[in-house]
Design a protein around this ligand. Structure first.
Ligand code: AVI
Length: 319
């Protein structure tokens, strides 16, 4: 029986053709999150070696009231890329106050529906979803904000770590430009920690992260007709101390010929050649603060979880 081709996002083929021609060859990390990849990422968040999700969740509960204390009431929230809404639900539950509007921005329609359901189950009535990328979604959220309420943008999970430093700065600046005096940004960032801990988080003994990474090749095969042999690649994570980032690769076990017909690309891989699939930047607490100020925020407050080394920072926009 002929296997049916899954539909690829419109720009996937073109972007892949460009990034796979670079040296080293690359695949943009945003493509890690198809349906299977998102499920594997949910599993990663439950691994004992990947502490970001649990650390952030416990901080949101513990500090909810302090985080929201200086804001003018009522407060509305808009979360960028919040997935199934677990974290915003924790914050809302712990804050124990009414929020007239919650806006959710995500590129996954399934995640948005799950998040809406989760929030409605804890009694949140006004949930608006925007099935859009971060920046377009943020613009829509700003258009929809009630005029007499303050707005807190949530950008959690250290998602900012997957941006290059330039792109991260750019996004923080755009968020700042979309806010008004009295608004705030709540940013979650993973911090620099011992290399051993970082490598266990990104190359776990259960090999879930390896499966998450290799799933990129499965996706290219299924959506673009690629011929990647999944067994011909190993997962590797390394710590680049100078750039303060974990770098994630798929390493070719042998010489191989790769063809991806729908992206119109064919190439050879040498034994040991790497395809770079992800970077996860780690920050120092002061550096996070400095980035916010450089983006135009006027100040803020920071909470650090010492065990997992994770920071939550609220950046303010003063009058
Ligand atoms: C989504 N993002 C913040 C994760 C991270 O830690 O960089 C993605 C991830 N990649 C491997 N494990 C987790």
């Amino acid at each position: 029986m002929r296997k049916e081709r899954l539909t690829a996002p419109p720009e996937f083929a073109e972007e892949l053709a460009e990034t796979l021609r670079r040296q080293p060859r690359q695949i943009p990390s945003k493509y890690l999150y198809d349906e299977l990849g998102s499920a594997l990422f949910e599993a990663i968040c439950r691994l004992p070696w990947y502490r970001i999700t649990r650390a952030e969740a416990s901080m949101l509960v513990r500090h909810a009231r302090d985080i929201l204390r200086p804001l003018r009431r009522p407060v509305t929230l808009a979360e960028l890329g919040g997935g199934s809404g677990e974290k915003i639900a924790l914050l809302i539950g712990a804050a124990a106050e009414p929020f007239p509007l919650i806006q959710l921005i995500d590129i996954s329609a399934a995640a948005l529906e799950m998040a809406r359901y989760r929030l409605q189950a804890i009694g949140v009535r006004d949930v608006m979803t925007h099935h859009l990328a971060y920046e377009q979604g943020l613009m829509r959220a700003v258009e929809q904000r009630p005029p007499d309420a303050s707005l807190v943008v949530l950008f959690l999970g250290s998602n900012i770590g997957n941006f290059t430093p330039e792109a991260a700065r750019d996004l923080l600046t755009r968020i700042r430009q979309s806010l008004r005096p009295g608004d705030a940004l709540l940013l979650g960032t993973d911090l620099v920690k011992p290399e051993r801990e970082l490598l266990l988080a990104y190359d776990d003994p259960l090999k879930v992260t390896a499966a998450f990474n290799r799933n990129l090749l499965r996706r290219i095969n299924d959506e673009l007709g690629g011929n990647f042999d999944l067994d011909g690649f190993s997962h590797r994570a390394t710590w680049n101390a100078a750039a303060r980032r974990v770098e994630v690769f798929l390493v070719s076990a042998r010489w191989q010929h790769v063809a991806i017909p729908d992206a119109d690309i064919e190439f050879e891989l040498e034994a040991g050649e790497r395809i770079w699939t992800e970077s996860s930047h780690k920050y120092e607490p002061d550096q996070v603060m400095a980035e916010g100020l450089a983006a135009g925020f006027t100040g803020g407050e920071q909470w650090v979880e010492q065990g997992a080394q994770f920071a939550l920072t609220r950046f303010d926009v003063d009058d």
